[in-house]
Design a protein around this ligand. Structure first.
Ligand code: ADP
Ligand code: MG
Length: 697
């Protein structure tokens, strides 16, 4: 049976070597299994025909029936196009083709009724349809199923007349021969308890739905299965690691107690205490810790990480903290050094710009064990960086590092892997965390220190700039400092840099007696450091900046942030930026400047920012708006390449799937029981295929 689905697509009737090569290249479809798992991305109701006069602006797609009235080729060169006028009893509409002109033109004959399907576009008072699907209208079309599947087909295939319909035909052909071959991939117990339809019914109905209800059931079943196996895989990895990898036992709390008694500058929040306890239990468990620590900006992750280090240092091992950027590494170093000095603990900073002589010293002291904490960028991963005994690795802002780098840190202690604590300052929605970090334990600091005044967020249109400037002047006269943030993205870098410089100049003009600094990613590290220093020492009062200040920068006296073109920032990014203010005792403000004209999504982003300071709530909205891939950037989105489930919509299902996977593994970690044979076989066959499997680990 398995052999059937591993058959090369080339051997499906009508495909052949050339099309097979195309399918392989453009859609990564090389076997029967790949094809049958190429699910439609939407469905069209092809039972309905519109009158041509009833076509409206907002229609996404229309289906009409009519006869060819006129056919002509207009224009030359790249403007050359075939224009066909089709009419029904009510009116006429133009169909336009820019490609495949001869082929289409030959196909279309007068006197025959055609079915036309496509997206109407208005030109003045008239509509036309570019590159529609056209078929001869038959009394009974072969598969004018109730809902027609639409497959995503890249342009490169479409210009070769390989469209969704062509793919659909191949899938139908494959389904014809599959009936006996499709094996069930979930055990009966789960099918019953989750009220799922069979795999076979699901595959048939996902491609050829009998009805809306069956389609919904098919989607539900396939999504559940997909999420179940992703979770099972992650949970299995976690189990395996827990049983295989021991961890050094750290439980000496002498240093910790000393710090608590003599140096702790404030009372920890309950959330901080809870998290420290969770980590402490891991550190003394004898197993390697792999834990994610989530907490909103300002929730106090730094002190938590330091306290965890104290537990490890108490038993004589070393700690490392790796941050994604130089600025952030410096910031961590500064904060930690403050605590470390008071405890007579040695700490160093290692980044790309560390001087050679200093670097050498660091390497030596690491190896002889006299250096206890090393903070740095990915420079920590270099071969020459060798620890005497690395006990704990803390990785900040994990999603900016690849998973491969995580494992490089493991290798820094070859005798026994260090405990790993991953910290993110970007709250991640639960569904994403469960998938991206599903193999880690998760701790959340869900509470901010008391007494902090929530940041006031205000939306202002560009037209109100004079008001805003007056407000800034008032704040400056009260002794506050201000960030003015400008967007700078790679695609429009030159223009953005110009806007930044223009913005800088207009601020200098508007505040002639105020010292203004500027910082952006194109500056040399020393120049950036210099500007940051001038700002944090209060020498400059206004800092014009790009998002380089997004993470880590901590200037408590800077209590106002103006974000220009706020509509161009993503929600999570706005939230990160806003986290740079609200660090001191004063009331802080975040002013979002935009144009009058705002798209619906931009408006929702701005409104969300104004409404809430809760990072997790913001992350949820962001996930809904952008989907998981964009939210995380490209590095890790591969993990999220799901065939059918959508993490921004299927959260509940994911939760259930994970729970079922936990049930199964708790009862039968090796999957060796008879009733789990189906699962074992499926895990085995997925291991062999490439589908989103290897990418997770
Ligand atoms: P983040 O989680 O964003 O890294 P930090 O660790 O930088 O947050 O903490 C933000 C600020 O709050 C710091 O100035 C820190 O000293 C302070 N802080 C942390 N925990 C507490 C607490 N329990 N009570 C009062 N202030 C705290
Ligand atoms: Mg921090």
């Amino acid at each position: 049976m398995a052999a059937f689905f591993t058959t090369s697509i080339e051997f499906l009737k009508g495909v052949g070597p050339q099309r097979a090569a195309l399918l392989n290249k453009e859609l990564s479809i090389s076997t029967f299994a790949d094809l049958i798992q190429y699910y439609p991305f939407r469905y069209e109701d092809r039972t309905k025909f519109y009158n041509i006069t009833d076509i409206q602006d907002e229609m996404q797609y229309v289906q009409i029936k009519g006869f060819i009235k006129k056919k002509e080729v207009i224009g030359t060169g790249f403007k050359k196009r075939l224009v066909v006028v089709v009419g029904d009893q009510t009116g006429e509409i133009e169909l336009v083709w820019f490609q495949g002109i001869n082929w289409i033109s030959d196909k279309l004959k007068p006197g025959i009724e055609y079915v036309v399907f496509g997206k109407p576009t208005r030109f003045g008072s008239k509509f036309n349809i570019a590159h529609p699907e056209v078929d001869v209208a038959l009394e009974k079309n072969s598969h004018t199923g109730f809902l027609q599947p639409v497959y995503s087909i890249p342009e490169k295939l479409r210009v070769k007349h390989f469209d969704s319909k062509a793919l659909s035909k191949f899938i139908q052909e494959l389904l014809k021969h599959s009936s006996e071959k499709i094996r069930e991939t979930l055990p009966p117990s789960i099918i019953v308890s989750e009220h799922l339809i069979s795999k076979r019914d699901a595959l048939y109905n996902i491609h050829m739905p009998q009805s809306q209800e069956w389609l919904a059931k098919a989607q539900h079943r396939l999504k559940f299965e997909e999420l179940f196996y992703v979770q099972l895989r992650l949970l299995k990895m976690k189990l395996l690691r827990q049983s295989k990898f021991g961890g050094q036992i750290f439980q000496n709390t002498t240093l910790l107690n000393k710090f608590y008694k003599e140096q702790l500058p404030f009372t920890l929040t309950d959330a901080q205490k809870k998290v420290i306890k969770e980590i402490y239990l891991d550190l003394k468990s004898g197993k390697q810790m792999n834990r994610l620590l989530q907490g909103d900006v300002g929730s106090g992750k730094t002190i938590v990480s330091f306290i965890c280090m104290l537990i490890v240092l108490g038993d004589g091992a070393q700690c490392a903290l790796m941050a994604p950027t130089e600025i952030l590494a410096q910031q961590h170093f500064k904060n930690l050094k403050d605590f470390a000095d008071r405890m007579q603990i040695s700490i160093s900073l290692l980044t790309g710009s560390t001087k050679k002589s200093e670097r050498k010293l660091i390497h030596e002291n690491l190896q002889n064990g006299s250096l206890q904490i090393l903070v740095g960028t990915h420079a920590l991963l270099e071969e020459e960086v060798k620890f005497h005994n690395l006990g704990l690795s803390i990785i900040d802002e994990q999603h900016r590092f690849g998973v491969a780098q995580r494992s490089k840190l493991w290798q820094k202690n070859k005798n026994i892997y260090p405990h790993i604590l991953v910290m993110t300052a970007t709250p991640i929605p639960r569904t994403l965390a469960m998938t991206l970090y599903g193999d880690l334990e998760i701790s959340v600091i869900d509470e901010l220190p008391v007494g902090r005044k929530p940041i006031k967020t205000i939306h202002k249109y560009d037209a109100h700039r004079l008001h805003v400037n007056q407000f800034l002047r008032d704040q400056l006269s009260m002794g506050r400092q201000i960030y003015c943030v400008y967007p700078l993205i790679e695609e429009s870098e030159k223009l953005d840099l110009k806007h930044l410089m223009d913005g800088y100049e207009s601020i200098v003009r508007a505040f002639p007696d105020v010292a203004v600094g500027i910082i952006h990613g194109k500056m040399k590290p020393e120049a950036k450091r210099y500007e940051m220093k001038r700002f944090s020492s209060g020498e400059t009062k206004i800092m014009v900046a790009t998002t380089v200040i997004e993470v880590g920068v901590d200037v408590p006296n800077a209590s106002v942030m103006v974000i220009e073109n706020a509509e161009r920032f993503g929600l999570s990014q706005l939230h990160q930026l806003r986290g740079r203010v609200g660090r001191g005792a004063e009331q802080s403000y975040c002013i979002l400047m935009t144009d009058y004209k705002l798209g619906a999504d931009s408006r929702l982003r701005i409104d969300t920012m104004v409404r809430t300071n809760n990072g997790f709530e913001i992350a949820e909205t962001d996930l809904k708006l952008r989907g998981p891939g964009d939210l995380l950037g490209t590095q890790q989105s591969g993990v999220l390449d799901l065939l059918i489930a959508d993490l921004s919509k299927d959260g509940k299902l994911l939760q259930r799937a994970r729970e079922r996977a936990i049930d199964v593994l708790e009862d039968d970690p090796e999957l060796s029981k008879r009733e789990n044979e189906v699962i074992r076989v499926q895990v085995e066959s997925m291991r062999k295929s490439t589908v989103n499997w290897s990418r997770i680990s």
